[in-house]
Write a protein that binds this ligand. Structure first.
Ligand code: ZN
Length: 306
C-alpha cells in the first residue's frame, strides 16, 4: 500500500500538473471507487471546476477546487493516479478519468485493480460527517509540526507495542508497514518495545529516524515493490526500495551491524522485519510459571564452614 512517501510523490506530481487547469470532462465507470457518494456526485462536483491546491494528510490526498469543494483521493492497496495524453488508451481497471483543458489537453486516470481506493467530492465544512477517518487523523510527520515533544507525548501516554503504535493512523498519520520497520531499525527500537517505557535517548533516536527515513524516501520518490503496484503520476517507479535495510530482507545479514540476521515477527498481525542485534529487546522475556514457582522456594541456609 502506498504510504506517506509514495502519496507525497503523487501529490507533488499533481501540483505540477492539475493545479490551475480547468476540468473539461469527467467519466466515472467504477462504482466501487465512488461508493461513498455516487457517480453523479463525483461528476457534478468536478465538472467545470479548477484545482487550486493539492494537500496530503497521512495517506490521504485532498484537492481543493475553485468551487470551494474538496476532493479526497485514497489509493489504498493498489490505486494509481496517472497523467496521460488525452488520446492515450485507458489501462484496464480505470475507474475515473478526468480531462483537463489546455494545450494539449491531458487526462488524469484513477486506476485500481483491487478497488479498495476511493474518490470523494465533499464540502470541507462537513468533513467530520462525510469522511470521519480523515477528520480524526493523527499528526502528519511532514505536513505538521512534529518535534520531539509531540512524539514524546504520543509515546508517554500509551502502553502499546511500538510497531502497532506507529501503524495507528489516529496517532501518527502516513506510516505503514514498510516505513514502520525501517524507522524502528534505524532507531534501534525493538518492534515489541512498549511505548511508555522507551528511554529518553530512544525517543530522540525514534524522532530522528521518523524524520530521516520519511524525508529520504520522499527524495527517492517512494518504494516500488516487486508487484510494481506503486508508480508515480508519470508511470515511473520509486527508487527507495533498494535502500530498505530490513523490510523484505528476512534471512539476510543486517546491512547496518553486519552481525544480526533479519528476523520476521508475525504476532502483531502484520509481518515485521527487524534485526535482533540492532534492535535488542528492552525488556526481559516473561519467565515461565515453572521458573517463578522455583524462585519462591526458600533459599537453603548457608552451610557453615563451607
Ligand atoms: Zn543489525
Amino acid at each position: 500500500m502506498p504510504e506517506l512517501p509514495e502519496v507525497e510523490t503523487v501529490r507533488r506530481g499533481l501540483v505540477d500538473t492539475i493545479v490551475g487547469r480547468r476540468i473539461d470532462g469527467v467519466a466515472v465507470t467504477g462504482m466501487r471507487t465512488v461508493r461513498r457518494t455516487s457517480a453523479e456526485a463525483v461528476y457534478d462536483g468536478l465538472m467545470g471546476t479548477t484545482p487550486v491546491a493539492v494537500r496530503r494528510r497521512g495517506k490521504y490526498l485532498t484537492v481543493e477546487l475553485d468551487s470551494g469543494y474538496h476532493v479526497m483521493i485514497h489509493l489504498r492497496m493498489s490505486g494509481q493516479l496517472l497523467w496521460v495524453p488525452a488520446d492515450a488508451d485507458e489501462p484496464v481497471h480505470t475507474h475515473v478519468a478526468v480531462t483537463f483543458g489546455g494545450k494539449p489537453a491531458r487526462r488524469l486516470l484513477f486506476v485500481d485493480p483491487r478497488t479498495f481506493g476511493e474518490v470523494v467530492v465533499y464540502d470541507p465544512a462537513d468533513v467530520a460527517a462525510e469522511i470521519p477517518e480523515l477528520h480524526r487523523l493523527g499528526v502528519d510527520p511532514i505536513a505538521d509540526v512534529f518535534d520531539r515533544p509531540v512524539l514524546a507525548a504520543i509515546l508517554r501516554h500509551r502502553s502499546r507495542r511500538m510497531k502497532p503504535l506507529l501503524l495507528d493512523q489516529h496517532l501518527i498519520a502516513g506510516i505503514g508497514n514498510i516505513y514502520a520497520d525501517e524507522i524502528l531499525h534505524r532507531a534501534g527500537v525493538h518492534p515489541e518495545a512498549i511505548s511508555s517505557r522507551l528511554s529518553p535517548s530512544s525517543v530522540t533516536r525514534l524522532h530522528e529516524a521518523i524524520g530521516t527515513i520519511l524525508a529520504t524516501a520522499v527524495e527517492h520518490r517512494g518504494s516500488t515493490l516487486a508487484d510494481a503496484r506503486y508508480v508515480d503520476l508519470f508511470g515511473a517507479p520509486g527508487a527507495y526500495r533498494e535502500r530498505h535495510r530490513v523490510y523484505g530482507r528476512a534471512g539476510e545479514r543486517c546491512l547496518t551491524c553486519g552481525r544480526g540476521v533479519i528476523r520476521r515477527l508475525t504476532e502483531t498481525g502484520r509481518a515485521t522485519a527487524y534485526c535482533p542485534v540492532c534492535q535488542r529487546r528492552p525488556f526481559k522475556p516473561q519467565r515461565s510459571r515453572a521458573a517463578r514457582v522455583e524462585s519462591r522456594e526458600p533459599t537453603p541456609p548457608p552451610t557453615r564452614g563451607a
